[in-house]
Design a protein around this ligand. Sequence first.
Ligand SMILES: O=C(O)CCC(=O)C(=O)O
Length: 279
Amino acid sequence: MIASALVQQYHRDGYVVVPGLFRPDEVAELREHYFQLRARGSFPGDSAGVDLTANDPLKKYPRMIHMHRWDETSLRWLLDPRLNDWLTRLLGREPYAVQTMCYFKPPGARGQALHQDQAYLQVQPGTCVAAWMALDDCDEENGCMRIGVGSGNLPELCTQAADTRVSFTDSTVPLPPGMKVAPVIMRAGDVLFFNGSVIHGSYPNVSRDRFRCALIGHYAVGDAERIGEFYHPVLRMDGLEATLGISDGGGPCGVWVEQDGQSVVEMKQPVAPRLATHE
Ligand SMILES: O=C(O)CCC(=O)C(=O)O
């Protein structure tokens, strides 16, 4: 698909997959790099959101967070000119870089319940954007991403308890009646860009022997003035530190209600304390 069609798709849906943005040799090198890091021991943020109980495959391969703060390879990837180029095209302006994550998702690992990233990053004004790069080919069997189709313009929704038999995180957002969740099937090196409103999560990895590794960068739109404290320091795409304020960590959230036969979001004040870290 040509670039302008992908940009249009992002504007319409809030997400788009850019195929083959990174070469197979680059992806293989990155994948190997993170497996080597993981084998070296534990790092700050390893256990965030992971239930470290016995027999959980995620105990052996917890996700990593904010690696760009101590790992040069991760920092280079987060600021890679190809990601910057696409983010700038999609957003109309260069973003700020705020987070890296690496998911290993070994066979047998639970997925992640449906959520909206903006609830965690609290970018104000505007929203956050994720660049989710597949380090393995991924599909429903090994736990690919899943997206609420048509959720790209929603306000922040109130959360409720998630089914922790299939999700390693314990909160989720409800879908309106009729909204479909579609799998995002990707090849290694493809990058899924999605905004902070998009309802997304991932399936459990039910494969016998296939990992589903992913490398994720999170960004704030270029006219943002504040972001949650967990995401500081904020970087410009040239790697220099930017001076953004700290957002207060929780605007009002909304619930689905029926109005004239249609599901609409009714806004109300949050009922539970907000999480400070990204899910
Ligand atoms: O990679 C996954 O399984 C889920 C990632 C995700 O939902 C996120 O980064 O917000």
